[in-house]
Design a protein around this ligand. Structure first.
Ligand SMILES: [Zn+2]
Length: 99
């Protein structure tokens, strides 16, 4: 008996939906100058708002900085681009998926 994928209708052993889904995901990490000595690091591209909340919590803990969520973007206080990229690589993202 072959299981059928509910997205493409192909048998599960030749279906690539899940693979495509993970590979197409792209995370954007941008450092932005606010004013004076203040910088923020913006993280966007995360689709689920539930994931965003969990990631914000993890990132704040790991980077020991303040942070908030604005319009589906994570806003971290300070310049953390490199550390944020390391964080996502540690979660299994390929470095080509993060920019
Ligand atoms: Zn499929």
């Amino acid at each position: 008996m072959t299981e059928i994928c509910s997205i493409c209708g192909l048998p599960k052993d030749i279906c690539v939906c899940e693979k495509i889904n993970t590979e197409q995901r792209k995370i954007y990490v941008v450092e932005r100058h606010v004013k004076g000595p203040m910088f923020v690091t913006l993280v966007s591209g995360i689709e689920s708002s539930k994931d965003i909340e969990v990631l914000l919590k993890d990132l704040k803990k790991k980077l020991a900085c303040g942070g908030t969520i604005k319009k589906n973007e994570i806003v971290l206080q300070g310049k953390h681009k490199k550390k944020v990229i390391d964080f996502f690589v540690g979660k299994g993202y390929g470095s080509s998926q993060i920019s």
